[in-house]
Design a protein around this ligand. Structure first.
Ligand SMILES: [Zn+2]
Length: 303
C-alpha cells in the first residue's frame, strides 16, 4: 500500500491542542482536537506521549510519518529543544520535550514558539517576500510576536527575542501572567476585554464587546494599547512588512480603520510611517498546525 509521506504536526494552545498530518505541499489530513485542560490534569507530558501514541497507531498504516513538529505558546531555548516557560499550560516548565518524544517515537522532533509557526503560515499564504526583516503581531488572550530575518526567526541570545507583550509601561503596577509587573499585555491582550466584561460592562459578552462597547473609553484604551505594541516594534525595527492577526481582530465590530490610525499616530514621521506596509492574517483554526508542517518540512530538508 502506498503511504503518503507526512509530518505529524501539533499546535499546542492554552485551551486546545490541535494535531494533524501535513504533506510536502502542506495539505492537512486527519486533524483532531484535544482539550489542553484535560491533559494538564493528569500531567501534560505523559498525556502528550499517550495522545501521540494513540494517534500514530491509528494512522501509521496509511501514512509514513517522517518527523514531529510542535508549536508551544511558550518561551523556548535557543537550540529549540526545551520549553522554558508557558504561562498558559501547567507543568511544562523546563520540559525537554524533544528528548522525551524522540526517545518515545524514534522520530526527529522539532519545536518552535507557536506564533512563529503561525507567522510561517502567513508568509506562505500571504505570499510575502521573506528577504529582510518582517514582523507578525497576533492579538489573542495575550500578544504574540514573531520577528523574522530573511525567512528565519530572530532568536536573540537566549532564544526568547520578540516578547513584545512584556514591554514595561510607565507607571503601571498591573501584574502580568509572565510574573512581572507593569507589562503591556494586560492592557492590550484579550484578557483585558474579559476583565472589562466582568467589571465594567455587566451585560457584555467578550465576543461582542467591540460591537457593543467599542466607543467606550475603556475599550478605546485597550485598542490604544494594541496600537502601542505595534508602533513600538515598528519604530525599533522599521520592518519590510507588518502582519497583524489574532482572534481580537476577527471579533464582531473590531474597528480596523481606527486601529490603523492609532498605529500610524505613534509611528515615527516621516519614516517609517510613510512606507508602512500592514497586511492582515487570514485566520483559520488550522493555520498553526499547517505552520508546524511548513516548519517541520523545512527542518527535515536541512538534515
Ligand atoms: Zn509580562
Amino acid at each position: 500500500m502506498n503511504q503518503t509521506e507526512v509530518m505529524l504536526c501539533m499546535d499546542i494552545g492554552g485551551t486546545n491542542c490541535r494535531i494533524g498530518l501535513c504533506d510536502r505541499s502542506f495539505a492537512l489530513y486527519e486533524a483532531e482536537i484535544e482539550s489542553t485542560e484535560r491533559m494538564t490534569k493528569t500531567g501534560f507530558c505523559d498525556e502528550l506521549v499517550s495522545l501521540l501514541r494513540r494517534y500514530i497507531d491509528r494512522h501509521a498504516d496509511r501514512y509514513a510519518i517522517l518527523g514531529i513538529s510542535l508549536g508551544f505558546p511558550a518561551t523556548i531555548d535557543k537550540a529549540r529543544r526545551i520549553v522554558l516557560q508557558a504561562p498558559a499550560i501547567a507543568g511544562v516548565e523546563n520540559l525537554a520535550v524533544c528528548d522525551v518524544l524522540e526517545r518515545a517515537f524514534r522520530l526527529p522532533v522539532w519545536l518552535e514558539k507557536d506564533v512563529n509557526l503561525l507567522f510561517q503560515y502567513d508568509l506562505v499564504h500571504l505570499n510575502l517576500p521573506t528577504d529582510g526583516l518582517l514582523i507578525g503581531i497576533y492579538f489573542g488572550t495575550g500578544i504574540g510576536n514573531a520577528i523574522f530575518w530573511d525567512g528565519k526567526p530572530f532568536m536573540g541570545r537566549n532564544g526568547v527575542a520578540g516578547e513584545l507583550g512584556h514591554i514595561p509601561q510607565l507607571g503601571s503596577t498591573k501584574e502580568c501572567s509572565c510574573g512581572n509587573v507593569g507589562c503591556l499585555e494586560p492592557f492590550g491582550g484579550g484578557k483585558r476585554l474579559n476583565e472589562l466584561c466582568q467589571t465594567e460592562f455587566s451585560d457584555a459578552c467578550i465576543r461582542t464587546v467591540y460591537r457593543d462597547h467599542g466607543d467606550s473609553e475603556q475599550v478605546r484604551e485597550q485598542i490604544d494599547a494594541m496600537a502601542i505594541a505595534v508602533a513600538t516594534e515598528v519604530n525599533i525595527l522599521d520592518p519590510e512588512y507588518v502582519v497583524l492577526g489574532g482572534g481580537l481582530l476577527q471579533m464582531d465590530g473590531f474597528p480596523t480603520e481606527l486601529f490603523e490610525r492609532m498605529i500610524r499616530r505613534y509611528v515615527r514621521k516621516p519614516y517609517p510611517e510613510r512606507n508602512l506596509r500592514i497586511v492582515y492574517s487570514r485566520p483559520n483554526q488550522e493555520n498553526g498546525i499547517i505552520g508546524a508542517g511548513i516548519y517541520g518540512w523545512s527542518q527535515a530538508q536541512r538534515r
